[in-house]
Design a protein. Structure first.
Length: 480
């Protein structure tokens, strides 16, 4: 049956190499994904069972890059097993590998090892381009892991060499040589390990759970985000918690409306494996904030309302929506706060900052959280709003544009023949386009007489129109 399916799929598709068609069946050790959409736009896209080791040489290279069975991968593998239980899905599952093999042989960015959670994304992808982007992202992650492993290996070799050299050093008498400072020698400071710092930061967060002001992060927007947006949201929540426990005055953080079996929970558990432990200094609940707190104390922070947050109110409980909307910018938080009858406020961005053209005012969750931390601690909006990305501000865009123009002009000044065909705007806008009548040397001489861009900005004077004088010279030459 496999050969019949293969023969059917090869009709109208790209040519496959003999290596793919004569592939051995002994490598079917790992299960993979399958796309429900094998036929799209008149072309047959084949996505088949992924063999994580294609040949003996690749097997040796992949020993150090195999994915770890995280909770996300375990849940994804269970979904794959349930998916291929259907005979129709299993048939598609078997031909899914061929598309991946063809992409790999064509030089596309395809990882050697495809983890189950990536395979689930390939199942849900409804087009070839989406699957291609997913595989390219997985390839980038794999390359980063390879570099990290290589860096770790070099670091271990360096440490082993240091220990070897240290053991070969002759023992010296302190009375003769004096004090010797350094690692494993005399020092008045003790090494502070990372576990010690983690315990200190967790204690800081535990103190905030008893005495700190409360902040709510609303996690009820999971259905409105794509898989990529959910990944970004999970990273932002992780960064917000990490900065909260290291701050001088942290918050008592609540994750409300949290789906314990949702995709966001799976991604958070991958980033923070102990997040659901009872001793973790974070309040996570599936209840709504309306059930936990008094309604009159709640203030929903949304960028779509018209009420500016002038000062930080210690008695208020601020709510931040855990929403990443890169594709659509619907006012979901505004609609929800109006529906629930809550007070609304927005950060006074327009009062203290001037945004550039095309820059949105929707800030990530961790940036809003950092602003709240600093405004609570200092009470100064200028200090708190330093967390707004500089790329969004107008003055930064002007500086970037001026530097780009200056570098472009300096480059053209060093190589004047590069812009000989585009002498000035007056030449471009002239009806007769007489620049083509000039030789290269004449155009270079003409360009040297035009003032530089910096001189134009300083003098605020327009570039003189040299085209009329040049035309007169050309006409006199032609008449002679």
């Amino acid at each position: 049956m496999y050969n019949n399916v293969l023969r059917t799929c090869l009709i109208g598709s790209r040519k496959f190499s003999t290596k793919v068609l004569t592939r051995s069946k002994t490598n079917n050790n790992h299960l993979n994904v399958l796309s429900c959409n094998c036929v799209s736009h008149g072309r047959i896209y084949i996505v088949a069972k992924q063999n994580y080791t294609t040949n003996s040489t690749e097997k040796e290279d992949n020993d150090n890059i195999k994915f770890s069975m995280t909770p996300e991968n375990i849940a994804a593998q269970q979904k794959i097993d349930a998916y291929i239980a259907d005979p129709e899905n299993e048939k598609r599952f078997k031909v899914l590998q061929l598309e991946i093999d063809v992409m790999r042989q064509n030089g596309e960015k395809v990882p050697k090892n495809i983890p189950p959670y990536i395979m689930i994304q390939l199942i849900e992808a409804n087009s070839y381009n989406k699957r291609k982007k997913i595989l390219a992202y997985a390839w980038l992650v794999e390359v980063k892991k390879e570099k990290m492993l290589e860096t770790k290996r070099l670091k271990q070799l360096k440490r082993m060499e240091w220990l070897k050299n240290k053991s070969q050093e002759p023992e010296e008498n302190e009375s003769e040589q004096g004090m010797k400072y350094g690692l494993a020698y005399n020092s008045i400071f003790l090494r502070i390990y990372e576990s010690t710092m983690n315990n200190l930061y967790n204690k800081n967060a535990l103190n905030a759970m008893q005495f700190g002001n409360k902040v709510v992060i609303d996690c009820s927007y999971e259905d409105y985000m794509t898989n990529h947006e959910l990944t970004s949201c999970a990273k932002q929540l992780k960064d917000a918690f990490a900065l909260n426990r290291t701050h001088d005055q942290p918050f008592n953080v609540y994750f409300t409306n949290f789906d314990m079996s949702g995709k966001l929970a799976t991604k958070l558990k991958t980033l923070m494996p102990t997040i659901f432990s009872p001793e973790y200094p974070l309040n996570i609940t599936s209840k709504s904030y309306l059930e936990l707190f008094d309604k009159k104390d709640l203030v929903y922070l949304t960028p779509h309302c018209h009420n500016d947050m002038d000062d930080y109110d210690p008695s208020a409980i601020y709510i931040i929506g855990a929403l990443v909307d890169k594709t659509t910018h619907d006012p979901l938080s505004l609609a929800k706060s109006k529906k629930e009858g809550l007070r609304m406020a927005k950060l006074p961005l327009d009062k203290y900052l001037q945004f550039g053209s095309g820059s949105g005012k929707n800030l990530p969750v961790n940036h809003v959280f950092n602003i709240l931390l600093d405004i609570q601690h200092t009470g100064d909006w200028k200090v708190a709003l330093r967390h707004v990305p500089r790329r969004k501000l107008e003055y930064n865009q002007k500086i970037k544009l001026s530097r780009k123009l200056e570098s472009t002009f300096n480059k053209n000044k060093e190589d004047p023949t590069h812009i000989s065909l585009n002498i000035s705007d007056s030449f471009k806008n002239s009806k007769n386009n007489f620049s083509s009548q000039l030789s290269v040397s004449e155009q270079v001489k003409l360009m040297r007489n035009i003032p530089s861009l910096s001189e134009q900005h300083k003098s605020r004077e327009n570039v003189p129109d040299l085209s009329y004088a040049t035309r007169l010279k050309l006409r006199n030459k032609q008449n002679k």
